[in-house]
Design a protein. Structure first.
Length: 569
């Protein structure tokens, strides 16, 4: 197996997965042209790069819109990466793992080398033999212990070895049904092998995204070794790909090792390698070797194979248990966040004479990070729409902070400029560094049609003007909310004439992907509004949703879709 540093990627929703860093430059971003594509609205098309130089790794931010964070700190340019560093890109958490540079190395060997003179046995066959040993032992008395009867010296040694094997398997089986943590059990499995097998060194490795990661390393002294353990990548590949157990004795004379310097220098005479195999799936391997003159036996290979099977079963059980626990936790979290979010969004638009209002929110997942509102004020109406970074419970809670701040400030008859300035300060003080929100807020005088607005880093809403059959983009404002303690904002002005339409939306609409990575786009949306200005607010909203679904060919959305339509009759 090739062995490279990797990224452990934990998306906001779904299972974590591994990505091997097997190139000198790995590009990351939202565009499908990157090596690592992350479908995240907060990422730039080409967001960051991980670079390998002289064996060391670094990460570079490619002047992304929302920044690259390492261990919680936003980086400027390029910084080096160390093992277990946590990289945050939008809603994605990536952990840099460089365990491949540790104490275990898979050595490259010339292609085409055969395994002549080496025992290669199908793992399934050895597992049947191990079960047969156990059944025979149980039928001879039920309790496992030394058999007491006159025997020869050779027979006594054989029985003693079988007794040790069965005791080890019994101990492993008991450990399997205990609540012992996975890493601790893997160490215990290797320890059991060393009690029965006369090995000098050993390693238990787990396969992850094509990479073998050491999880337990031992020497005959019982301590983890600080020296490097080298063994053949050819053997590792064969063991995992073909589900076979391999035993080689007198490795110094084996033709497979005649070019391998580590074998000669260390004087390795005997080695075994077996897969962690259960239910047709291979999750890793165990390798042991010996510098002594004693060779490993067929019984040793059977025992090691059986112990590896126990480890594989534990890994599978742990994976299933983790999935079940995570699923239940996510269900509880989603239920909580859904209830919170349902209370935040208006159940219906207010009825105001001369005005037609409609709003909708379609979260990408069960819950989302979009927030919209209609707030009636003295002589007017405040219309708000925000897009919080992230999704899930954290985003839902931040929308609650947004709503509370907007409502509180609106009731005190503040201007939209005052409301946005105050809201920015509250979000900055009450959210983690990587959290922020784009926001649009307008205050409409429902008697005169005059409106004042602030656009805080949001996609410019579309204002259709019936008199000129044209579209105006409402851009005046400033940066997003929550990134800076003090940020300058400016206030824009416009006016609603009869027949005019305001459409406020999030990038789940404008950045919906169609064929060939083409976006629905703001211009397409503006043209749609312009061509259908005669529709009422609810009809226009439904048409926009339909056109977006058609454009994406019904593909699942990658972001929340929120639309507000305000029309003056």
């Amino acid at each position: 197996m090739p062995q490279f540093p990797e990224l452990l990627i934990k998306p906001l929703h779904g299972e974590a997965y591994h990505f091997s860093l097997d190139k000198d430059i790995v590009s990351i971003g939202r565009s499908k042209r990157n090596d690592l594509v992350l479908a995240d609205q907060w990422l730039s098309r080409h967001h960051a790069e991980i670079r390998k130089t002289n064996g060391s790794f670094s990460i570079a931010d490619l002047e992304s819109r929302n920044g690259t964070y390492v261990n919680g700190q936003r980086i400027d340019g390029t910084i080096s990466l160390n093992n277990t560093d946590v990289i945050t890109l939008g809603d994605q958490t990536l952990k840099f793992l460089d365990e491949a540079s540790g104490s275990v190395i898979l050595t490259a060997m010339p292609d085409g080398l055969d395994l002549e003179g080496t025992v290669v046995v199908p793992t399934a066959q050895l597992l049947k033999q191990a079960r047969a040993h156990e059944d025979t032992w149980d039928n001879m008395g039920g309790e496992r212990g030394p058999i007491v009867k006159p025997v020869s010296g050779e027979e006594s040694s054989r029985i003693k070895k079988q007794n040790q094997m069965l005791t080890a398997l019994s101990d492993a089986s008991m450990a399997l049904i205990s609540n012992r943590p996975v890493n601790e059990l893997l160490e215990f499995i290797l320890e059991l092998a060393f009690k029965v097998i006369k090995a000098e060194r050993g390693v238990l490795m787990i396969e992850s995204s094509g990479q073998l990661i050491p999880k337990a390393v031992r020497t005959a002294s019982g301590n983890q070794t600080e020296e490097q353990i080298s063994f053949s990548r050819t053997i590792a590949d064969k063991v995992i790909a073909e589900k076979v157990s391999i035993l080689t004795n007198n490795a110094l004379s084996d033709p497979r090792f005649n070019r391998q310097e580590s074998i000669v220098s260390l004087g390795i005479r005997s080695a075994m390698c077996v897969p962690l195999w259960h239910d047709e799936a291979v999750t890793g391997l165990i390798y042991v070797d010996s510098l002594r003159r004693e060779n490993f036996s067929a019984d040793d290979l059977t025992l090691l194979t059986a112990l590896a099977n126990v480890a594989a079963i534990k890994l599978e059980n742990a994976r299933l248990l983790d999935e079940m626990i995570e699923k239940k936790r996510m269900e509880r979290e989603l239920e909580l966040a859904r209830d919170i979010q349902q209370g935040l969004l208006p159940s219906e638009a207010p009825a105001i004479d001369g005005w037609d209002l409609f709003g909708s929110n379609t979260p990408c997942y069960t819950i989302g990070g979009d927030y919209y509102d209609f707030i009636e004020r003295s002589g007017g109406l405040a219309v708000a729409l925000g897009d919080v970074s992230g999704k899930g419970a954290g985003a839902a809670l931040l929308t609650m902070v947004l709503r509370a701040t907007i409502h509180f400030a609106s009731q005190r008859e503040k201007t939209v400029l005052d409301i946005i300035t105050q809201t920015n300060a509250v979000i900055y003080e009450n959210s983690p560094q990587q959290f922020y929100a784009t926001f649009f807020l307008t205050d409409v005088d429902t008697a005169t049609g005059k409106m004042r607005y602030v656009n805080a880093g949001h996609i410019p809403p579309i204002l259709y003007k019936k008199a000129t059959d044209s579209v105006v983009r409402l851009e005046e404002g400033g940066t997003v909310l929550g990134l800076f303690d003090i940020a300058p904002f400016s206030e824009g002005e416009s006016e609603f004439a009869p027949g005019d339409i305001l459409v406020v939306f999030t990038d789940g609409i404008s950045e919906a992907w169609g064929a060939d990575e083409e976006e629905f786009g703001e211009d397409r949306l503006a043209e749609l509004v312009q061509d259908n200005a005669s529709l009422c607010a609810a009809e226009l909203e439904a048409l926009i949703q339909k056109e977006v679904d058609t454009f994406t060919n019904g593909a699942p959305p990658t972001d929340d879709k929120t639309i507000i339509v305000v029309k003056r009759n």
